[in-house]
Design a protein around this ligand. Structure first.
Ligand SMILES: [Fe+2]
Ligand SMILES: [Fe+2]
Length: 200
C-alpha cells in the first residue's frame, strides 16, 4: 500500500545525507511529536476504545524511538540544539476540517501520511548512510510502515457507514497537500521538509 502522491526528490536525499547531524536532531523532535499527537487523539476521542488502545501502544513505541534516537545522538556525538519548526506539520494541519466527524477522519489521514513519509525517507537514508545510522533507519522504517497502516485502518473506522471510497478520496486530497510540502523548495531542511531552496 502506497498512500503518498509523489516520491521524495533526490535533492532532499542528497542534502539529508550531507547534513545528517541536523536531521538527527529533528528526528528526535519528530518522535516526540508522533507520541504527543497520538496522546492528543486519546484525549480527543476517549469513547473510542479501539482507537485509544491502539494509539496508547503507538505512543509508547514512539517514545521508545525517541529514547533510541537520543542514544544514537550520544553514540555519534551529536549535541542537541534547539531548531525552529519546519513548515510541514503546521501547513498540513491547516488543511484539516474543523468540524466533527470530518476532523477525526482528517486527523487519521494526515497522521497516516506523515508516518508514510517517515517510512519512505528512513528507507532512502538507510540505503545511503553508513553504519550505525543505516541499520538504525532500516529498523525504523518497518515500524513507521506499521504505523501508517494503523492510521489508515483507523481512518476507515472513523468514516461513518464504512464508506471506503470516501476515505480514499480524502486521503488522496490530503496526499496532494502533503506532496507539495515534501517536494517544493523549502527554507529549512527537516525530516519532512522539501529540498533546500537553491538545490532544485
Ligand atoms: Fe517513530
Ligand atoms: Fe511512527
Amino acid at each position: 500500500m502506497n498512500i503518498l502522491a509523489v516520491p521524495t526528490p533526490a535533492a532532499w536525499v542528497d542534502a539529508a545525507c550531507e547534513r545528517w547531524r541536523e536531521l538527527l536532531i529533528d528526528h528526535a523532535n519528530c518522535e516526540k511529536k508522533a507520541a504527543s499527537s497520538a496522546l492528543a487523539m486519546i484525549f480527543a476521542y476517549p469513547e473510542d476504545l479501539a482507537l485509544t488502545g491502539a494509539l496508547s501502544r503507538l505512543a509508547r513505541e514512539e517514545l521508545r524511538h525517541f529514547e533510541q534516537v537520543s542514544q544514537m545522538m550520544r553514540q555519534v556525538r551529536v549535541e542537541y540544539v534547539r531548531q525552529r519548526p519546519g513548515r510541514y506539520a503546521a501547513a498540513l494541519r491547516a488543511a484539516l476540517r474543523q468540524h466533527e466527524p470530518a476532523r477525526k477522519l482528517d486527523l487519521m489521514c494526515s497522521h497516516a501520511l506523515i508516518e508514510a513519509r517517515s517510512c519512505e525517507r528512513f528507507k532512502l537514508l538507510a540505503g545511503r548512510l553508513c553504519e550505525p545510522l543505516a541499520g538504525f533507519y532500516e529498523s525504523l522504517q518497518h515500524s513507521e510502515a506499521r504505523h501508517y497502516e494503523l492510521y489508515v485502518r483507523l481512518a476507515h473506522g472513523a468514516q461513518a457507514g464504512g464508506d471506503r471510497a470516501r476515505v480514499h478520496a480524502r486521503l488522496a486530497q490530503l496526499a496532494a497537500v502533503e506532496a507539495e510540502l515534501a517536494t517544493s523548495p523549502d527554507d529549512q531542511l527537516r525530516f519532512h521538509s522539501g529540498p533546500p531552496r537553491g538545490s532544485v
